[in-house]
Structure formats: structure tokens, C-alpha cells
Design a protein. Structure first.
Ligand code: SF4
Length: 319
């Protein structure tokens, strides 16, 4: 029997191997039961869209934002929370995390941010707060405000969009920040001991497999708390759509993406929580690749590849 101990995790090749450390598993360990995220749309904007950093946003940006779009439909945050709590409680969930997903959720005056995040007090079943934003939208005062929720006992994490560590790629996709900007925001959050989940995208224009894996290996060195993997997809009406329609961009194949994620996971520390293995989009909203609308198929393929090749998270990780 081959056994290997990695940071307290027993890896037993003769028994069922844990392929990666999923968010569900992490939350179950932390709260003793399943915890559901409530997707919230606070109606905030983004400095890369309103002219502060740039206009039009990243070339792949969905002008509708990546969330529910409920704010534009006139639903207040309180109404959104109540709506989802009703739905999820019927599905027997008892604990929830308020998840601010659309656009940049630290991009507003401090008082406004406090008012928004205070939604956690609406219902005692809300046990945590998750906030998606850009790395250049964090400053000392925001970090202190975020910390205050952690100090009140809420489980808190911040999701920072990096997408790639390569500045030439960040420039090409009109990201409006550099890798150094990311490090600044990241380090500020870590100074306050706030968990950070990093978003990366595979398949960005001009990136080779080696470049994509270099991003993962660099994040592994930082021992990031969590990661979300995305495959680049072409949203109708985005700048990427123009490139794609002119034949200047070829989306990744599903097999390639799945193999890449399977390999990427081996470079990450076993303690990094995997929040997402693949992005998901509705077929009717995108031009390509259409396989991103079949998320479970992609996840199953990643798992199958990992089992077949005997890969697991942390296998190639070195401190
Ligand atoms: S940072 Fe996010 S919201 Fe802002 S333009 Fe880029 S993808 Fe869109």
C-alpha cells in the first residue's frame, strides 16, 4: 500500500483518491453542513467600463455583468436575499453566504459599501460574505471595512479577477491593471488576513499552454486560499465577438481545456480550495465555445482525466 502524507492529507492510492479540494467539501468541514451562496447584484459599476480606468471594459466582458441582473430588474438587495432564501430553504439549505457577484463590488464610496454588505444582518442564517472585485479596487479603508465583518464572526472571502499573470495579455484584453497591481491588492488583503480567491481564464488570446500554467504556478507560490478556473467564451456583443467573427480567435477545445485544468490542479497546494473548475454560460448568450454551456460534462471529463492519469491536486506542488 502506497501512502504519502501531504500537509495532513493522507493520499492513499489503493483507496478512493480525493482529486481536488472542492468548495463544497471546504464549507462542509467549516460549517458541518452544506452552505449555499446567494448570488447578489448590488448594481455597482466597474472602473474599466465607466472611464475611470477605461471604457468598454475587458474585451470579453459581458455588458450585462456576470450575475443575476436582478438589480436592473428593479429588485433591491433585500428583495433579492428574501427571494433566494425562500427558494433555497425549500431545498433544505440552512446556512448561506451572501455573494456579491456582478461587476466590481468594492467600487463605491465606503458608506455605500457598508450599507450593501450590511445585508448579512438581514437573516441569522447568513453566515458569510463573499465579494467579487478587481485587484485595483482595494484600498486600506476597504480592507478594514471587510475585516470588520470577519471580526463579527462572518466567514469572509474576496474574489479577485487576475485572469493572467502576463502583462502583455492583460494589455491585450484591456484589463486596465497589471500583475503588479494584482499583487498590491492581494498583499493588502493578506495583511488583514482576509482569504482571497483568484479568478483565472484559460484560452486568452495569444496565450500558450506554458503561459497559462505559469499563471497557476505563480499563484501556487502565493499559496492562494482559493481559485476559480474559467474557459474564455465569446459573449455576443463583446469585443471578443468581433475578433472571433473576423476569424482572429480560435476558442479552446473541451478536451484541451479539461487536460489543462487537470494538470494545473497538480501544481496547486492541497490546501487551496477549488471554487470552480469551469465557467458556465447559456448557449443563447454566446457564440463559442458551446461546450461551456455543458458544465457538468466538462467537470466529469476533468475528473475522468485525473483518475486515468493518476493526477491529484498538489501532486506536483513544491513549497
Ligand atoms: S473587470 Fe469585470 S466587470 Fe470590469 S470590464 Fe472587466 S470583466 Fe467587465
Amino acid at each position: 500500500m502506497v501512502e504519502k502524507i501531504i500537509k495532513g492529507f493522507t493520499i492513499n492510492f489503493m483507496k478512493k483518491q480525493r482529486l481536488y479540494y472542492s468548495l463544497n467539501e471546504f464549507l462542509k468541514e467549516k460549517f458541518g453542513e452544506k452552505v449555499k451562496k446567494i448570488p447578489l447584484d448590488a448594481g455597482l459599476s466597474c472602473p474599466n467600463r465607466d472611464g475611470t480606468k477605461g471604457y468598454g471594459g475587458c474585451i470579453y466582458c459581458d455588458p450585462k455583468g456576470s450575475g443575476t441582473g436582478l438589480f436592473k430588474e428593479g429588485k433591491s438587495l433585500e428583495e433579492q436575499v428574501k427571494l433566494f432564501l425562500e427558494i433555497f430553504k425549500k431545498k433544505k439549505f440552512k446556512k448561506f453566504i451572501a455573494y456579491f457577484q456582478s461587476f466590481c463590488n468594492t467600487y463605491a464610496p465606503l458608506e455605500k459599501l457598508k450599507e450593501i454588505y450590511d445585508i448579512v444582518y438581514l437573516d441569522p442564517s447568513i453566515v458569510g460574505l463573499a465579494i467579487g472585485t478587481r485587484p485595483d479596487c482595494i484600498d486600506e479603508n476597504i480592507a478594514k471595512l471587510l475585516k470588520s465583518y470577519q471580526e463579527k464572526g462572518y466567514y469572509l472571502w474576496i474574489e479577485l479577477g487576475l485572469q493572467s499573470m502576463h502583462n502583455q495579455t492583460l494589455k491585450l484584453i484591456n484589463r486596465g491593471h497589471t500583475f503588479e497591481d494584482f499583487l498590491q491588492g492581494y498583499n493588502l488583503l493578506k495583511k488583514y488576513d482576509i482569504p482571497v480567491v483568484v479568478h483565472i481564464i484559460f484560452g486568452l488570446p495569444g496565450e500558450t499552454k506554458e503561459m497559462m500554467l505559469e499563471t497557476v504556478k505563480t499563484l501556487a507560490k502565493l499559496k492562494i486560499d482559493g481559485i476559480k478556473f474559467h474557459a474564455l467564451y465569446i459573449v455576443k456583443g463583446s469585443k471578443m465577438a468581433e475578433l472571433y467573427l473576423k476569424g482572429k480567435y480560435n476558442p479552446l477545445e473541451m478536451e484541451f481545456y479539461a487536460n489543462l485544468v487537470a494538470e494545473a490542479l497538480t501544481y496547486l497546494p492541497p490546501t487551496t480550495v477549488i471554487h470552480r473548475l469551469c465557467s458556465e454560460a447559456r448557449k443563447e448568450d454566446i457564440l463559442a465555445p458551446l461546450w461551456v454551456s455543458r458544465k457538468m460534462e466538462v467537470i466529469n471529463l476533468i475528473r475522468k482525466i485525473m483518475s486515468k492519469k493518476e493526477l491529484y491536486q498538489g501532486k506536483n506542488y513544491t513549497e
